[in-house]
Structure formats: C-alpha cells, structure tokens
Design a protein around this ligand. Structure first.
Ligand code: UT7
Length: 331
C-alpha cells in the first residue's frame, strides 16, 4: 500500500459475560445433543449476557482493558469504531455510548455493520484514517449480544452463537510494521443468507413480525458454510500477496470462530498446518464481530504472540462480507 504511515495494534482487551450456557443446557431447550454440536461445530459452551447487559457494556469493559494494555488515555483516542449487528439501539450509535463511558471526549464515534467481518472492516477503517495522517489512535471494538436476537426454538441457529467483546487500540507506526495488508469485500447478492429481517425500515418490529420471529436471526447454514470456506481462503491469499509474504512466514492464523469444520476447510485450501491456528470457539461459540478480537486478546495475553511475529486474521459474515489482514506484531 502506498501511504505515509502504517498502523499497528498496540493494545488489546476483551470481556465476556460470566454466565455459561453449555451444550447440555441446550439439550433441554431444543432437539439437539452435545455430540451433534461438538462434532458439527466444535462448540462446547458459550457466554450469555444477562437481561440488563447491552453491547455497550461489554464494549466498555473490553475498551478500558485495551487502553490500559496500550498505555494510553481515553482522551488520546481520535476515533471509536464499534463493529456490531447487535447495537444497544438503532440510534444513537453504540460507539457514542462507549465514548461517553470511557471518556474518549476528543474522538469521533460510529458503528459499523459488517456482520462477522465487522472487526476486519473496523481495522481497515483505522488503517485508512491512520495511514493518510488524519488520525493517530483509533479504538476498534467488535462486540455482540447475539443472545438477544436468537430464536431459542430454532436448533439450526441457537446452538451456534454467543456474547462477548474484543477491543484493540490501533496507532500510527513506522512503515513495514503493524498492519502489512488489509483486504475487505462484499457481495450483496447473498443478502438473504444471514439476516435479522425485522427491526429496520423494511419490516418494522410489530406484533405480526414478532409472531413470525422475524426480529430474530435467520440463516441458511449450509450455503453460508460453502461460501465461507471458499471466500476466506481467497481473501487470505489476497492479503498475503499484498504483504508479499507466504503462509510459511506466519506464526499464527486467527480465523473468525464460526465452525471448526469451516476453519479446517480454509486451512486445507491454504495448505497451512492446523498448529498455526488459534481457536477458542469451543468456549465462546460464534460471537460474530467479537470473535477475532476476543481470540487475538487471548492469544496476546497468553504469550502466544511475540514481537515481530506475522499473523493472519480472516473473517466472513452477513452481507455477505469478508476480510483479511496480515499483521507484524509490535508488542
Ligand atoms: O459467522 C458466519 C456465519 N455463520 C456461519 O459461518 C455458520 C455456517 N454454517 C455452519 O456452521 C453449518 O452449516 C451448521 C453448523 C449451521 C450446520 O451444519 P451442517 O453440517 O451444514 O448441517 P445441516 O444444516 O446440513 O443439517 C444436517 C442435519 C439436518 O437434519 P436432516 O435434515 O439431515 O434430518 C438438520 O436438521 O442436522 C440437523 N440439525 C441439527 N441436529 C441436531 C441442524 N441443527 C441441529 C442441531 N442439533 N442443533
């Protein structure tokens, strides 16, 4: 990329609600089994926010930890981006609520809707603003309370998702450090494959739409599965090519945590050893926009990531959207 500066992740933080819902809990709610969920998805349990907790609450906790990790104050943040499909409300943005909560009073703030690819989209935004010199420090958060929009009678979807938040502080750095490449893309022709049909201007939330459960998640899982493997592999290749590195240069790959079989499919296509993957979906399920920053924070805090390691982040989600980024770790 031809820019004046580069941008690096200099701090990470994450937060998940305390309440754990296991596969055995779900066996009591729908016709499913621990064995089916584990073998078809790799998920054992997920976190569920309580009634009074919204996406901004999870985001705020993750953001404060990321700021502490980065060693900068909230006043130094120029932009807050919250990637989410479960904002606190239609407006104001969840990002403005987080801005207030953490005291980032010098920042602009907005939400970003790109489904499970939201964090990579946020990273691309941060990279753009920082590399052209407009901003120095951007807080990129991926956060969801998907439990609030799950149809708990639909076994096709209710076993998959969980709640959580991950935050990163992205800051100006020297060229050749930090984000080496970031690629995002979308194809609205597949807009119906993962959707919450009601709640916007097309289908308002009213008694009829609630009765039809149109205010809940609908997904054509099989179709999504096939497209996810193909697209995440190709966008990964594009990000690697742009950075002029190969899979052999990578220390770690952090894929969107949706399904262990999807991840295996990507790794097979990219010819990367499974040992290079960082996976925590067994504990959290699919947390959509939160999944990558949650896993990234865990990997960083566990010491799995070391300075100068090269990593690949890759995601896929509603839209359809996708994105991948290669990063030289600077911490
Ligand atoms: O974050 C990005 C968006 N989401 C994703 O990436 C999810 C992508 N899709 C998937 O992960 C998988 O397609 C699922 C996990 C959703 C489903 O796995 P699958 O291997 O594609 O299963 P299937 O949909 O083909 O269903 C196989 C069978 C069906 O029964 P019949 O028709 O063969 O009798 C389903 O009704 O499994 C049944 N089934 C279940 N059985 C027990 C579906 N959900 C369940 C369940 N428990 N929870």
């Amino acid at each position: 990329m031809n820019c004046n500066y580069s941008a690096a992740i200099i701090g990470t933080g994450s937060y998940v609600p305390d309440k754990i819902m296991t596969n055995h809990d779900l066996e009591k709610m729908v016709d499913t089994s621990d064995e089916w969920i584990k073998t078809r998805t790799g998920i054992s349990e997920r976190r569920i926010a309580d009634e009074s907790t919204a996406t901004s609450d999870l985001s705020t906790k993750a953001a404060l930890l990321a700021l502490e990790d980065a060693g900068i104050s909230a006043e130094e943040i120029d932009l807050v981006v919250v990637a989410t499909v479960t904002p606190d409300m239609a407006f104001p943005s969840t990002a403005c609520i987080v801005q207030k909560n953490i005291g980032a009073l010098n920042a602009a703030a907005y939400d970003l809707s790109a489904g499970c690819s939201g964090f990579i989209y946020g990273l691309a935004s941060a990279y753009g603003f920082i590399s052209n010199g407009m901003y120095r420090n951007v807080l990129v958060i991926g956060a969801e309370t998907l439990s609030k929009i799950i149809n708990w009678e639909d076994r096709n979807t209710c076993v998959l998702f969980g709640d959580g938040a991950g935050a990163t502080v992205v800051s100006r750095c020297d060229k050749g450090e930090g984000i080496l490449s970031v690629k995002i893309g979308s194809n609205g022709n597949h807009d119906r494959l993962i959707t919450q049909p009601a709640g916007g201007s097309r289908i308002p939330v009213d008694v009829e739409s609630i009765n039809k459960k149109l205010n809940k998640i609908h997904m054509e899982g099989g179709e999504v599965f096939k497209l996810a493997v193909r697209t995440m592999a190709s966008v990964s290749e594009a990000a690697l090519e742009e950075a002029d590195i190969t899979v052999d240069d990578l220390k770690l790959v952090i894929p969107h945590q949706a399904n262990s079989r999807i991840i295996q499919g990507i790794f097979n296509r990219l010819k990367v050893s499974a040992e290079k993957s960082y996976i925590n979906l067994d504990k959290y399920g699919n947390t959509s926009a939160a999944s990558i920053p949650l896993a990234l924070d865990e990997a960083a805090k566990k010491g799995v990531l070391k300075k100068d390691d090269k990593i690949l982040l890759v995601a896929f989600g509603s839209g359809l959207t996708w994105g991948a980024s290669t990063i030289k770790w600077v911490k």
